[in-house]
Ligand binder design. Structure first.
Ligand code: CP
Length: 359
């Protein structure tokens, strides 16, 4: 087998010509997780280990001695939070995760406050940030920007990892990790995620969380995925082609009520009209059949769980929040635990978390 090519060994055009599987290998460093850019980088073993680490951290963090231990882990590291697209949960959970591990954080949330207003390119800006940090967590409206920056920094004298915290309509891999962690916890006593039926609902065309999560679900056995959306907002062909290639079981449709009783997990999403080519375009689409109301709850299995990456609009009625199967608020907190776990993987201190937990 050919040795995987490092990002520093390939041109940008060569990187773009690589398959996702080849790219996933090139985002590693010395066989370990380095840049975190696409869901395809994670295998089943890593997903299990990340979940186990998140749970250990969650338990350690309950005591002062545990928090003191966690804060000592990465107190010598600094994270740059470069969020130039709005975010509440992802920004705050990465910020909290860094604080929990003792990391210092610096942030840019608006390019109007950086030298980009003087005409500096984003490449030069991010390269500048890398001088002051050990990892850059990046959210951007520009699809593929995180990958571009990872390539730029891998070819710089001080390569630091880039973590994709949401890029364009493309991928949101750390959201998918927290979704998997939420499913792992939800199905802990029901045989795990294997052989479960997951129903995605809403704006699947522009929902980057769905695009990433649908790929992680292929790492589990016998999972069935339904994509339920109005035709103009149905999941992209590229994702369906990847599912076909991995031999995954899936169906595409528009009848939400019909599949409700089959679902072990329902993953609701909002209409992402910020991506409309003409403002207001998606208001012309009838989305009335792609909402979850209180009267639907009786159609769900007793153990089914309801997820949403949030923020929501009207696609989940507020009354549903009171149902024990609604886990979307738990997802938010799980985001912090899984991002702590991810940082311990990147900086190679997950073993000391395991040792402390086992002590
Ligand atoms: N789920 C998610 O990415 O939320 P934010 O946009 O608030 O970060």
């Amino acid at each position: 087998m050919q040795r995987p090519r490092a990002l520093s060994e390939v041109s940008w055009d060569q990187l773009q010509a690589m398959s996702l599987a080849e790219k996933a290998l090139s985002f590693q460093k010395n066989g370990r997780l380095f840049h975190v850019l696409i869901a395809q980088q994670f295998d089943r073993r890593q997903l299990e280990e990340l979940g186990a680490t998140a749970t250990r951290v969650r338990q350690i963090a309950k005591s002062k001695a545990g928090m003191d231990f966690l804060r000592a882990q990465l107190s010598h590291k600094t994270a740059m939070l470069y969020f130039t697209q709005p975010s509440s949960r992802t920004f705050l959970s990465f910020h909290s995760a860094c604080q929990m591990l003792g990391m210092k954080t610096v942030e840019v949330r608006d390019t109007a406050t950086s030298s980009e207003v003087k005409g500096e390119t984003q490449e030069d800006s991010v390269r500048t940030f890398s001088s002051f940090s050990d990892v850059i967590v990046m959210r951007s409206a520009v699809g593929g920007l995180a990958e571009k920056m990872a390539w730029v920094l891998s070819n710089a004298e001080r390569p630091v990892p880039i973590v994709n915290a949401g890029s364009g309509k493309d991928q949101h891999p750390t959201q998918a990790l927290l979704d998997i962690y939420t499913l792992q916890r939800s199905f802990e006593r029901r045989g795990g995620i294997d052989r479960k039926t997951i129903v995605f609902v809403g704006d699947l065309l522009r929902g980057r969380t769905v695009r990433s999560l649908s790929q992680l679900l292929t790492k589990f056995e016998g999972v069935k995925q339904y994509f339920i959306a109005p035709e103009p907002l149905q999941i992209g062909k590229d994702i369906l082609d990847l599912l076909r290639a991995s031999g995954s079981d899936f169906e595409v449709g528009a009848d939400f009520e019909k599949v409700m009783p089959e679902a072990d997990a329902i993953y609701m999403t909002r209409i992402q009209d910020e991506w409309d080519e003409q403002k207001g375009d998606s208001r012309k689409i009838d989305i009335s059949r792609f909402s979850l109301a209180a009267e639907h709850l009786k159609r769900l299995k007793p153990h089914a769980v309801i997820l949403h990456p949030l923020p929501r609009r009207q696609e989940i009625a507020v009354e549903v929040d009171h149902d024990p199967r609604a886990v979307y608020w738990r997802q938010v907190r799980n985001g912090m635990w899984i991002r702590v776990a991810l940082l311990t993987f990147i900086f190679d201190c997950a073993d000391s978390i395991r040792e402390f937990h086992g002590a």
